[in-house]
Design a protein. Structure first.
Length: 354
């Protein structure tokens, strides 16, 4: 996999810049760690079985026809394996993959440069594709559809349009917000798939696989204890196994079992739903400051001193799926389950207290 250099700053493009509150050093560290444990084949890619089966058939058919794959769009919350899956597909097709993200494609020459650098059959992966600007999208349309670039040269009356052919490539787009993709862009993807949250059993397998790579001793019930608090997300499961293993090493002999995992997770303030302080802070603010909601996301972000995109992309998907948060046209509401989980009385009783 290659990471594209941003020729404006000469720095590596921060492909994992999904969470603006994370410091760059942390992102770099995370990326190296993630790359070392990223599955490279369908066999090591755990879960998402329906999606994997569909993709295997698509890949087999493309290979038989000796044609590149149709353009693919993956959507779903962060950390569910969209980038990883794109890498697995490239491996399976036996082609190179170039990885970038929409915020790195701000100027026309960014997207033109990357398209012109592609070789036949290669895969271009664009993360956060819903954040592409209009100009970049317009350049992508003919590139995706007919594999050419429309370039204009000269000024006013002498303006000429040049049609530059491109090699046939496959675009894989990833987004946490399919709804924010423009209609014309969405229509140009032949295949659109949603990634699902993982079951506890699947996450336990992810944890055991990662523990194996990192040479951490872990029992089945230890893996399951961590899986239960991983919010259905492999990226979180992988982070937690490392933190739990640190705790096991310092306080015990390094081996992780259920008891040690639960103790470590309590110390990390990860509760039995997998919520951390930020998640609980968000629900608590809705309940205590806004009588349970509805309250707008920007107001909440300001009250919490958090970035609204972090709340929307990182915290909310799981809170919604867990039934702790409700999205209404007038804003976010805490559900009765959220009141119960945080130890409050029900919404009506609570309101009478304030
Ligand atoms: P996304 O692109 O959806 O944000 P990533 O592909 O970067 O997510 O995955 C985050 C991490 O989780 C990766 O480093 C990878 O090790 C792990 N991971 C994701 N999906 C799987 C899977 N199906 N099986 C095993 N590990 C996975």
């Amino acid at each position: 996999m290659s990471i594209i250099a941003d020729d404006n700053t000469n720095k590596k493009v921060d492909i994992n810049a999904k969470n603006p509150v994370i410091k760059p050093e942390a992102v770099e560290y995370d990326r190296n760690f993630e790359n070392s444990i990223r599955p490279k084949s369908f066999d090591s890619y755990i879960g998402q079985s329906a999606l994997k089966e569909a993709l295997k058939i698509t890949i087999e058919a493309a290979k038989k026809r000796e044609k590149p794959l149709d353009h693919l769009l993956f959507y779903g919350p962060p950390g569910l394996g969209k980038t990883t899956l794109a890498g697995v597909i490239a491996e399976q097709m036996g082609v190179e993959i170039k990885i970038t993200s929409a915020p790195a494609l701000e100027r026309p020459r960014d997207i033109i440069g990357i398209l012109m650098s592609l070789k036949g059959g290669e895969i271009l992966f664009i993360d956060e594709i819903h954040r592409l600007n209009k100009v970049a999208e317009e350049i992508l349309y003919p590139a995706m559809e007919d594999f050419y670039l429309d370039m204009t040269t000269g000024k006013s009356q002498t303006v000429k349009t040049l049609r530059i052919p491109l090699p046939k490539f496959t675009l894989i787009g990833a987004t946490t917000k399919a709804g924010e993709l423009s209609g014309p862009l969405r229509d140009r993807f032949g295949i659109i798939h949603r990634l699902e949250f993982y079951t506890e059993e699947e996450l336990a397998q992810v944890i055991k696989r990662t523990a194996g790579i990192l040479e951490i001793e872990i029992s089945d019930d230890g893996a399951l204890a961590i899986a239960r608090r991983s919010r259905g997300t492999p990226r979180i499961a992988n982070r937690l196994i490392k933190r739990v293993s640190d705790y096991a090493l310092v306080k015990y002999d390094g081996a992780v079992n259920e008891k040690i995992a639960n103790k470590a997770l309590d110390v990390l303030s990860i509760d039995e739903y997998g919520l951390d302080n930020t998640d609980r802070g968000l629900l608590t603010a809705i309940i205590e400051k806004y009588n349970g909601g509805p309250v707008g996301i920007e107001t909440l972000a300001a009250a919490l001193g958090e970035d609204s995109r972090t709340l929307e992309d990182v915290c909310e998907p799981f809170l919604l799926q867990a039934g702790l948060l409700q999205r209404t046209p007038r804003g976010r509401k805490a559900t009765p389950a959220a009141y119960r989980h945080l130890g409050y009385r029900n919404a009506v009783e609570q309101q009478n207290l304030f």
